[in-house]
Ligand binder design. Structure first.
Ligand code: PMP
Length: 424
């Protein structure tokens, strides 16, 4: 069955289409934090951040169905949905971030963020970290390091070493904030020298795709000073930490403690309905609209806004950010208690947590981590791995995850760790 489906995918979708796991899971339905495959087997979802308030939440499902049966069109007609949602959501931001454009994907949102920085500064140079992903448009993929662009990184892009708490930039943890900022200053000087000039730095405030290093609030302060002095914009990609995932605040930048110029949102925003957005200050929005106009056929449509509004309602009504804080702290405590010779660091923030594995000789234990992921999948627990060397287990479950779910995941993890050979 699986082999047949993989062959059909290759025939219909082409080669090299990504799947998870050596034995990919064929899912047919879901509810809350649970997924079921075609054979009726149940899996605990420890990975998916898109079904933010839980898979198939009845309030979101109902809101989508009701609005689909009433009206769906685009934002060149007037409709309350986009206004009501924009008002509700922008009220969650400080720093005068009170205007918004709704789009359909995080990639589109980041593409707009780049153009906002160009419109404000008149410059074209961008900085990102050297181990990240911000999306798949041609402009944004030039900042994403999973697959380098054909012909190499263009001259207007500079990549700085990503923060890391096992192998810190600058050699020591206490030097890392300044060392990171010095690399950003150097990149800005290079962009100035090559004629592009510095338009903006795109970053995720929890460096989620970099491997979610265990940083502390204030980490970015020296970098923010460098960026402000140079006159560039801070483009804050909240696709991963946003909407309370980190349990501490609604947004990663509020937790880290800096004021972005542009914030981009995506994945969890409408519980699986394709909704994303760019939030910014009125002066940045005005510069962008004057330079580029902008219309998005599907962005901000009434059904998308109904889905996003319902997701926001559930997030608040069910107190899920507090849940992320409490259950995340419980999960981190259990991770920290795990005793294993390859464990280099257990880390996490809210419902985003994991363990980095390193061999006794100091090299990253990527294949071992892969074997653990496969072992967990065989036991019905879905998670994955991330980081420069793919040696960090990544758990990022839907927000209604409870302590009982943590216990099940951690008990299983302990059993898998005990039986996975260290030299894998
Ligand atoms: N930014 C970050 C940090 C992401 O992790 C992703 C997707 N993994 C994106 C942007 C792109 O979002 P989308 O797939 O919705 O285009």
């Amino acid at each position: 069955m699986t082999a047949e489906m993989l062959a059909r995918r290759a025939r219909l979708m082409g080669p090299n289409v990504p799947t998870f796991y050596e034995d990919p899971v064929h899912l047919v339905r879901a509810e809350g934090v649970w997924l079921w495959d075609a054979d009726g087997r149940r899996y605990l979802d420890c990975y998916n951040n898109v079904p933010h308030v839980g898979h198939c939440h009845p309030k979101v499902v109902e809101a989508i169905a009701r609005q689909s049966a009433t009206l769906n069109t685009h934002t060149r007609y007037l409709h309350d949905g986009v206004l009501d949602y924009t008002e509700r959501l922008t009220a969650k931001f400080s720093h005068d971030l009170r205007q918004m454009i709704m789009v359909c994907t995080g990639s589109e949102a980041n593409d707009i963020a780049l153009r906002m920085a160009q419109a404000v500064t008149g410059k074209t140079g961008f900085i990102a970290t050297d181990n990240t992903y911000h999306g798949n448009t041609s402009a944004v993929s030039q900042l994403s390091t999973r697959r380098p662009p054909i012909g190499g990184y263009p001259d207007h892009v500079r990549l700085v070493p990503a923060p890391d708490t096992v192998r810190p930039v600058g050699g020591k943890l206490e030097n890392q904030p300044d060392a990171f900022a010095e690399n950003v200053a150097r990149a800005i000087a290079e962009l100035d020298a090559n004629g592009h000039g510095f338009a903006g730095f795109m970053l995720c405030p929890t460096f989620a795709n970099e491997g979610f290093p265990a940083l502390s609030p204030g980490f970015l302060d020296p970098t923010v000073e460098v960026i402000r002095k140079a006159g560039g914009l801070i483009l804050c990609d909240e696709v991963q930490p946003g909407f309370g995932r980190i349990g501490a605040e609604w947004w990663g930048h509020d937790w880290l403690g800096f004021a972005p110029d542009v914030v981009t949102l995506g994945k969890p925003m409408a519980n699986g309905h394709p909704v994303a957005a760019v939030v910014t200050r009125p002066d940045v929005m005005a510069a962008f609209r004057e330079a580029f106009g902008y219309f998005n056929t599907f962005g901000g449509n009434p059904v998308s806004c109904a889905a996003a509004l319902a997701t926001l309602d559930v997030l608040e009504d069910e107190n899920l950010i507090q849940n992320a804080r409490d259950v995340g702290a419980y999960a981190l405590d259990r991770l920290q208690r795990i005793d294993h010779p390859l464990k280099a660091e257990a880390r996490g923030l809210g419902l985003f947590f994991g363990i980095e594995f390193v061999r006794p000789d100091g090299t990253p234990a990527g294949p071992f981590t892969a074997a653990v992921v496969e072992g967990m999948r065989q036991e019905g627990i879905l998670l994955n791995r991330i980081g420069r060397h793919m040696n960090t287990l990544k758990m990022r479950p839907p927000m209604p995850f409870g302590r009982d779910h943590v216990d099940l995941a951690m008990d299983t993890l302990e059993a898998i760790l005990a039986r996975t050979p260290y030299d894998t």
